[in-house]
Design a protein around this ligand. Structure first.
Ligand SMILES: Nc1ncnc2c1ncn2[C@@H]1O[C@H](COP(=O)(O)OP(=O)(O)OP(=O)(O)O)[C@@H](O)[C@H]1O
Ligand SMILES: [Mg+2]
Length: 217
């Protein structure tokens, strides 16, 4: 589903990720773990092809970083749900509208949008908050809203970049449990985190990165 073949990406300042090699199978749940600055976000950006490698190849589903054309990148991203740490919710739209946004972009009709958004809000436990605005929600609720928005397209991969970073440990664990539930329905999940304590006991695979170099996979 995701394959990195000896991938190097260097930012102009010389930082980046070097000779990265790993594979993620359909339906897998993996953590990408490493300290701040290790290269986790860089790896995630390489997966959704926001960055393209200087060397090596990234494969995601049937797309290759070596062959993909710019206008095909949105197609690749249709199958990927992205969840970011800083929420990225639009403050002038309520929760329903925020979650519906990816469906408008893909061109669903009104009824389909309504049905799907309500189903996803129930899934993440926010059905009562559908008509509230992001600034009326707690951090954990905003993060769940973000997950709802990432899920609404029914992706086959979820990329979660430090989705628990701003949350207290019990809310953070709740978010992980939610991702696990989604994963059990068949969606592959890759979650980046620097919080080793939070995730070490959970029994999932770890891909460990330090200074841009994979330490274990
Ligand atoms: N746009 C950029 N330009 C230059 N250097 C960058 C850029 N983005 C990241 N870097 C550098 O590349 C390295 C890896 O950064 P990356 O954002 O992938 O780390 P990270 O593991 O996600 O860290 P964090 O846990 O703090 O989010 C860091 O040294 C960082 O300073
Ligand atoms: Mg990061």
């Amino acid at each position: 589903m995701i394959g990195f073949n000896n991938v190097t990406y260097t930012y102009p300042n010389g930082m980046g990720v070097f000779n990265v090699h790993f594979r993620i199978l359909p339906g897998e749940f993996s953590f990408l773990i490493g300290p701040s600055g290790a290269g986790k976000t860089t790896i995630i950006r390489l997966i959704y092809m926001d960055l393209l490698p200087d060397k090596g190849e990234v494969n995601v589903n049937r797309y290759s970083s070596k062959k993909i054309r710019k206008r095909k990148i949105p197609h690749l991203r249709r199958d990927i749900g992205m969840i970011f740490q800083n929420f990225n919710l639009l403050n002038d739209r309520n929760l329903f509208e925020n979650v519906a946004l990816p469906l408008h972009i893909v061109g669903y009709n009104k009824k389909e949008i309504r049905d799907r958004v309500i189903a996803i809000l129930i899934e993440v436990g926010l059905e009562d908050k559908a008509y509230e605005y992001p600034w009326e929600l707690s951090g954990g609720e905003q993060q769940r809203a973000c997950i709802a928005r990432g899920l609404v397209k029914d992706p086959d991969i979820i990329l979660a970049d430090e989705p628990t970073g701003n949350l207290d440990p019990s809310t953070a664990l709740q978010i992980i449990r939610l991702l696990e539930r989604i994963n059990r329905k068949g969606t592959a999940v890759l979650m980046a985190s620097h919080n080793y304590r939070l995730i070490k006991e959970l029994g999932h695979r770890f891909i460990e990165i330090k200074n841009g170099i994979i330490q274990s996979r």
